[in-house]
Structure formats: structure tokens, C-alpha cells
Design a protein around this ligand. Structure first.
Ligand code: SAM
Ligand code: SF4
Ligand code: SF4
Length: 367
């Protein structure tokens, strides 16, 4: 299928002011897009800054001392984030993930967690509230996050080989300190901790089996993620991608696996259980097996733009509505219009050309 022609944008993408319909419809918790995909998940980027420079996400050549991060008053405040999240919850969102950049760098992020934990979804249930982190600040923050009501955590760790990991994060951060972060989270009471590993051929693929072995039987689920062409600065090439099928085959050769059913429709990771009953792994195949057909995720950028796809080139400026005196009903109606018009399917139409387009950086939109 030919790629749609999409205009070149700057690193944060172009922006559109959302239209607000004249006749306002109250959210009914069952919004669907042009392909019938519901709105279930909201990923909120709370900062565009990071203390790592992972080569596949924030390469130093781009994110150097001259890079212009957002100024404080450009970021959504906690109150603005919670106001938007509540409107998304009314539209059917039940799962909220805080991300970034590195979300634990956002000052007092635990206060935001507490505010979000007080929200209810369209069925009156608390939100499934989770956060993705590189783990560096977990020893300092885990207890406060748990106390604030964070339910689950995902910690990124790309290798157990110290030299490989230090080179990938490019700030010489040791493996032991991320493992200490995971331990701190466990001590703070987190039970559902996942470990994300982005796999890049020739860089860390030798770590696939050791990583599986290290966490097998620990209750921690490692999720192997195909290296993606997010943004436009990570030099993505198809040759660098290790297909999930190969990841599974490599692990299965040492630690036999059997495929497991998804926990729910639209689950991003495909599940594989160890045949000996000692746990499971997940694989996220955004490149080799597009899952756009069941994609129920919206993304709110650090400065309040709504993106309906990770690979979008433009976002909808909700901050302009928030700061422009618009009512909750108007903003909810605008969100509804945006989702109902959604037709994103980037992973289904990815080609070498689309990979070269200037898309939003992952650190800005959140993973
Ligand atoms: N800083 C936090 C962290 O690293 O966990 C949260 C933000 S990070 C952008 C979220 C997730 O996206 C991480 O697990 C990271 O490994 C993943 N990621 C970043 N760039 C990626 C890429 N090019 N391909 C696949 N996954 C990527
Ligand atoms: Fe930072 Fe996470 Fe991106 Fe690594 S993947 S540079 S830790 S935002
Ligand atoms: Fe969803 Fe876009 Fe990824 Fe497809 S490419 S699964 S629409 S985020």
C-alpha cells in the first residue's frame, strides 16, 4: 500500500487547533474512531527531558547542550493534566501511563500520581495507573509513588552486560543501579513490574537469552521491543530490527516457550509462557506485525498536544483550549471529534520512505 504523503514537520510536529463543535455531546464512555477502535488508553508525557541519552531515542548528536527543551510555562501543569485526563476517562479511558522523557525527573511527580489516582473511569472504577521509567531515580522515588497510588511500573533495561548498557544509555549508567531501582520498587510494594528491552541487531541482541534467564521465575515479565523508527534522529534501518519471531525462537531454543492468549483485546505485547510454568515473556512487534487494527491509545505530549499515533507528524493543541477559557464540555467535545476522525495506521504502511519522514520524537510524545 503506498504511504500517505505527510508534510515535513519540526521535531515536535506541526500543530492544529482542535475544532469545537457548536452542538456539544456529553461523553458516553464509548468513543470509536473511523475503524471502530475504542479509546481506552492515555499516555501522558510529563517531561521532554531525560538523564539518559539512549542512542535509539535521544542521541547526543541531536539532544546536545544546544537542544531547546520546553520551558516550564510551556508544560501542562498538574492541574491541567488532571483536567484533561478526567475528560478522557469520561470518554472511555481506563488506563493511564505516565512517561516522557524520564517521568521521574518531573518535580513532585508523585503529587500528580495522587491526583490521577483520585479519578474514576466511565464505570466509576479507579484508573489503571502505571508509569514507565529508566529506573535511575527509583531508589529515591519508589516509596512515594506507591504511597501516592501508582499501581504498576515498567522499568527499561536494554542489557545485563554493563559495557553494552553504558554504551546504549550513553551516559555511562551502570546496570547494577537499574537493578537496584527494580529492587527498591519491589521493596516499596510494587508487585507488577515489567522490564522493557529494546532490541537492536548487533548492539544488544546477544543479551536476549541472558535477559530472559535473569528474570525467569522472578515474577518480572521482560518485554522485548522491536527497534522502531520513531522520531527522525535515531538513524533507524530495517536491518537493525530483530523480528520478534526471532527473539522468541532464540529464547525457545534454550528455555522452551508456548504461546499464551492475550489478557485483553488490544494488548500490545504478545505473550509467551515458559513451558515449565515459571513465568512469561512478552514481545512487542510494532515493525514486523502491525497492531494498528486494535490500537486504542491516545498520547498527550508534555505541552498538551493530543496525538492519535506514535508516528504522527502533527498534534492537536489541547493546551490552547485549556488556557483559552474553554469549558470542560467544549474540550470533551473537541477530544471526541478528534478521536472519531482518527484513521491512523502507520505501522501498516511503513516503508523505507516513511521511516525517513520527520516524525515526533519519542522523548517528547512518550513511549
Ligand atoms: N524514560 C523512560 C524509559 O526509558 O523507560 C520512559 C520514556 S521511553 C521513551 C519509553 C519506552 O520507549 C522505553 O521502554 C524505551 O526503551 C522505548 N523506546 C524509546 N525509543 C524507542 C525506539 N526507537 N524503538 C523502540 N522502543 C523505544
Ligand atoms: Fe530517556 Fe527513556 Fe529515551 Fe532512554 S528511552 S533516552 S531513558 S526517554
Ligand atoms: Fe497505533 Fe500508530 Fe502504532 Fe498503529 S502505528 S499501532 S495506529 S500508534
Amino acid at each position: 500500500m503506498p504511504a500517505r504523503v505527510i508534510p515535513i514537520a519540526d521535531h515536535r510536529g506541526s500543530t492544529r487547533l482542535p475544532a469545537v463543535p457548536a452542538a456539544l455531546r456529553a461523553p458516553n464512555g464509548r468513543l470509536a474512531d473511523t475503524r471502530g477502535r475504542a479509546l481506552h488508553d492515555l499516555r501522558i508525557s510529563v517531561t521532554d527531558r531525560c538523564n539518559f541519552r539512549c542512542t535509539y531515542c535521544m542521541p547526543k548528536s541531536v539532544f546536545d547542550k544546544d537542544y531547546r527543551y520546553l520551558a516550564h510555562d510551556e508544560l501542562l501543569s498538574f492541574e491541567e493534566i488532571v483536567r484533561v485526563a478526567a475528560l478522557f476517562a469520561a470518554h472511555g479511558v481506563s488506563k493511564v501511563r505516565l512517561t516522557g522523557g524520564e517521568p521521574l525527573l518531573r518535580k513532585n511527580v508523585e503529587d500528580l500520581v495522587a491526583m490521577l489516582a483520585a479519578l474514576r473511569d466511565a464505570n466509576g472504577e479507579p484508573l489503571d495507573l502505571t508509569l514507565t521509567t529508566n529506573g535511575a531515580l527509583l531508589p529515591r522515588k519508589a516509596r512515594a509513588l506507591k504511597a501516592a497510588g501508582l499501581k504498576r511500573l515498567t522499568v527499561s533495561l536494554d542489557s545485563l552486560d554493563d559495557a553494552v548498557f553504558r554504551a546504549m544509555n550513553d551516559v555511562d549508567f551502570p546496570v547494577a543501579d537499574v537493578l537496584a531501582g527494580i529492587d527498591a520498587a519491589e521493596e516499596a510494594g510494587f508487585r507488577d513490574i515489567k522490564v522493557n528491552m529494546v532490541v537492536k541487531r548487533g548492539v544488544n541482541d546477544a543479551d536476549i537469552v541472558p535477559m530472559a534467564r535473569r528474570f525467569k521465575g522472578s515474577g518480572r515479565i521482560v518485554r522485548f521491543i522491536e527497534f522502531m523508527d520513531v522520531g527522525s534522529s535515531n538513524g533507524w534501518r530495517m536491518d537493525d530490527v530483530v523480528p520478534s519471531a526471532e527473539v522468541v525462537a532464540r529464547i525457545d531454543a534454550h528455555l522452551p516457550l508456548v504461546e499464551a492468549a492475550p489478557n485483553y483485546t488490544g494488548e500490545v505485547a504478545e505473550r509467551w509462557q515458559y513451558r515449565d510454568g515459571t513465568g512469561e515473556i512478552g514481545v512487542i512487534s510494532s515493525v514486523t506485525q502491525a497492531f494498528c487494527g486494535t490500537c486504542t491509545r491516545a498520547r498527550l505530549s508534555t505541552e498538551g498536544r493530543l496525538f492519535t499515533c506514535l508516528f504522527a507528524q502533527s498534534g492537536h493543541d489541547l493546551r490552547a483550549l485549556l488556557r483559552g477559557g474553554r469549558s470542560d464540555a467544549e474540550i470533551a467535545a473537541a477530544i471526541g471529534l478528534i478521536w472519531e476522525a482518527r484513521d491512523d495506521n502507520y505501522s501498516e504502511i511503513r516503508t523505507a520512505e516513511t521511516a525517513r519522514l520527520r516524525k515526533i520524537e519519542m522523548s517528547y510524545i512518550g513511549g
